[in-house]
Design a protein around this ligand. Structure first.
Ligand SMILES: [Zn+2]
Length: 313
């Protein structure tokens, strides 16, 4: 490159004999407020041109929750041996979000919970996480008590707190519409025990002298295990069994099959024990959910015949 010996800024005089220049070197000060350019002769480092300029600054990106402030510094030199320099610098860090309090929303079936929090500085900044809950039955369903379940949700994001819902009714108590109260009656004359869900039948038998002995057990309204009722006109006695073979055998012996008496609980919640009285002509079988009653009858000569069917809790 040719130079012509003109006087340049900073009072540097370029010798006409200098034929070539090395690459220019640019040095910024710590705050990027100034930039110094230096260029030396390729053949003789004594020949050196230097120029220091103040920079122009422009913020090209403001700081936000997630992005830093970025400033461009521009150094423009008067001396034609130097080229304009630009530097992009992070001049302030991202400010970070200002999260509001988390909100939690449960699915209707309590199987999932969604946690959400929104940045107060920018409502489009949203953090959200949906997790599956764990559940635990804390009270079993019975005829009088509903099934109660506790649900717990634990999030991966530590900003979201563990959520708990306790004692949620997950099944109703078995109401009258779902189970049948079995009335137990006793005939002091024949010694027969009789069981019926039919209140009118119960009241009629009581009017004939039968003794109402209370609720024998609770039967499911329906199940896959029917209990068959049979009647023998000779002894005037009823018999109940889940065993179809026993039913058919009794029919062959002259018993009358009267259909389904009630249903046994498929979940086998409460066993009904059957005892046989070898001395009785009629009412030779007793059925009870009470183990104590079963054991008492056995102690006075009855024969334990095991579990006849099952009632509900
Ligand atoms: Zn934000």
């Amino acid at each position: 490159m040719n130079v012509n010996g003109d006087c340049f800024p900073n009072g540097v005089v370029i010798n006409k004999d200098v034929p070539e220049w090395q690459e220019a070197v640019y040095n910024w000060d710590d705050g990027y407020f100034k930039c110094t350019a230096v260029r030396q002769s390729s053949t003789n480092p004594v020949y050196e041109v230097t120029e220091t300029v103040e920079t122009d600054r422009e913020v090209i990106q403001s700081a936000s929750c997630t992005q830093p402030e970025i400033t461009t510094y521009t150094a423009e030199f008067k001396y034609p041996l130097f080229e304009t320099q630009k530097k992009e610098v992070e001049t302030a860090p991202a400010s970070g979000h200002a999260w509001g309090s988390p909100t939690y929303s449960w699915a209707e079936d309590n199987k999932t919970v969604t946690a959400t929090r929104v940045c107060r500085k920018d409502k489009s900044h949203i953090e959200t996480e949906t997790v599956k809950t764990t559940s635990k039955v804390v009270q079993e369903q019975t005829t009088s008590l509903p099934e109660l379940t506790d649900y717990t949700a634990i999030f991966n994001n530590p900003a979201f707190a563990r959520q708990v819902k306790t004692k949620v009714v997950t099944k109703p108590a078995l109401s009258d519409s779902l189970y049948v109260k079995m009335n137990r009656l006793y005939n002091p004359n024949s010694g027969e025990h009789f069981y019926t869900a039919n209140t009118a039948e119960k009241d009629y038998l009581v009017s004939l002298g039968w003794v109402y002995e209370g609720n024998g057990w609770n039967a499911p309204e329906k199940s896959s295990s029917p209990v068959y009722r049979l009647y023998t006109p000779n002894a005037g006695d009823h018999h109940y069994t889940m065993n179809a073979n026993e039913r058919d055998m009794l029919v062959k012996l002259g018993w009358k099959y009267e259909g389904f008496a009630w249903y046994s609980d498929d979940e086998k919640a409460v066993p009904l024990y059957r005892q046989y009285n070898p001395n009785a002509k009629s009412g030779s079988h007793n059925y009870t959910s009470s183990k104590e009653e079963n054991n008492y009858l056995v102690s006075i000569g009855w024969k334990a015949e095991g579990i006849a069917w099952y009632g509900l809790k």
